[in-house]
Design a protein around this ligand. Structure first.
Ligand SMILES: NC(=O)c1ccc[n+]([C@@H]2O[C@H](COP(=O)([O-])OP(=O)(O)OC[C@H]3O[C@@H](n4cnc5c(N)ncnc54)[C@H](OP(=O)(O)O)[C@@H]3O)[C@@H](O)[C@H]2O)c1
Length: 377
């Protein structure tokens, strides 16, 4: 049985990962679970899966755990448990960085949903993966699609083409964006996801994060990664080759499909609970160019990714706080890129940063955005 550590088990990806694991009780054994504040759900998951250990950011009453399960001091401790064969990193923000590096250092493959880890520390994470020969298996649907399209190809592709739904406000008049509410922004047209990534989809920050993720994961130069809007989210991404031929990966927008692919890679397993595309019903696939006036976060984030050093960590930290402030109704939707841009402009970058430099840059960006918002009062 494959031993699994699942970090972020109480979140959207974490719960869907458990759903897939539940469908294959003979194949997987949960060795460790981690969450931040959702104590009750984490305990319920622990009683169901009987892991060796759990970690909770807010702490747990050890007496409430099932017999044979203990608490550990960090997510890295979970990665060090015996009989772990795959670590699923489904936390948000920079919290996934240290456990990802710990897992790669130990030679345990990482199934990575937490794109912020690669966005903030791409060179460090890829260097550790290369040094130890340990694979990173993308769970994010677009990088997963590209990964699947590249399998079996001997030559470098000429282009990666990532698709983007366009989020909640693709057709909303531009002058209304300053007054949209968190509830409206959270109404994603095609995917059901956690709050942070849903807001990042509405600003298209999420798509820039995926371009940065694809650049590092697949080693493709920036100028050969394109993005197109595709409102149906059926084509998850495409790869174009030297002869003009294009391979695409399609499927119903359901994260359990790329999650299952990463869990079983390289096997493909039948799972009756996963939805299938119905080509007998009318199906229209639309592709549109991206309008950067509507999505100012996109070029801003891409530029930070290209500049490298600690800029991507600042991008990520600043965005996370700005999104949280928008959800708390303390700033407008259109303030998100403005605050992120100001944090990037105020930053003194460090080239070739260490893990500590990245953690510090992330923390600085969070403080800086809060300071700017407080100063407005
Ligand atoms: N949801 C999707 O469909 C989707 C698709 C592609 C990629 N992703 C990526 O997958 C990651 C997870 O997204 P999500 O939508 O599942 O988020 P989510 O629903 O907000 O869940 C986040 C999980 O991480 C835990 N967590 C939060 N802060 C943490 C911290 N500081 N330390 C440890 N754990 C922490 C949360 O615990 P609590 O419940 O206790 O707060 C929860 O278990 C993100 O990087 C996202 O970009 C998500």
């Amino acid at each position: 049985m494959k031993g699994i550590v699942l970090l972020g088990s109480t979140g959207s990806i974490g719960r869907q990962t458990l759903e897939v694991l539940r469908a294959f009780p003979q194949e997987f054994r949960v060795r460790g679970l981690a969450a931040n504040t959702s104590r009750e759900l984490l305990l319920r998951q622990a009683w169901e899966t009987r892991p060796e250990a759990v970690w909770c950011g807010d702490g747990l009453d050890a007496n409430a755990l099932p017999p044979g399960t203990r608490c550990v001091d960090s997510m890295e401790d979970l990665v060090l448990l015996p009989d772990v064969h795959l670590v699923v990193v489904a936390t948000v923000g920079l919290s996934g960085l240290k456990p990802t590096l710990a897992s790669l250092r130990r030679g345990i493959p990482v199934a990575l949903a937490n794109k912020e880890t690669i966005v903030s520390a791409g060179p460090l994470v890829m260097a550790e993966s290369a040094r130890t020969g340990t694979p990173i298996l993308p769970i994010d649907s677009e990088p997963s699609a590209i990964w699947q399209c590249l399998l079996g190809e001997k030559q470098e592709p000429s282009r990666l083409i990532l698709t983007a739904s366009g989020g909640a406000f693709r057709t909303r008049p531009l002058h209304e964006l300053a007054t949209v509410t968190p509830e409206e922004a959270l109404r994603h047209p095609t995917w059901k996801m956690g709050k942070k990534i849903t807001i990042d989809s509405a600003t298209l920050m999420n798509k820039a994060f995926e371009v940065i993720e694809a650049h590092w994961l697949f080693g493709i130069p920036w100028e050969r990664i394109a993005v197109v809007l595709h409102p149906q989210s059926i084509v998850h991404s495409m790869v174009e080759f030297a002869d003009g031929s294009v391979k695409a990966q399609l499927g119903v927008p359901d994260m359990r499909i790329p999650i299952q692919y990463a869990l079983f890679y390289p096997r493909r397993m039948p799972n009756a609970s996963l939805p299938r595309l119905d080509f007998c019903s009318p199906l229209t696939l639309v592709f549109e160019p991206l309008d950067t006036h509507r999505y100012p976060s996109f070029p801003l984030a891409l530029e930070a990714g290209k500049r490298g050093g600690t800029f991507p960590a600042v991008l990520n930290g600043a965005d996370e706080v700005a999104v949280a402030l928008f959800l708390q109704r303390r700033i407008a939707f259109t303030d998100i890129p403005i605050l992120v841009q100001r944090a990037l402009e105020a930053h003194n970058p460090i080239p070739n940063p260490s893990v500590e430099d990245i953690v510090e840059a992330d923390a600085w960006a969070r403080r800086e955005v809060l300071r700017m918002v407080e100063a407005r009062r």
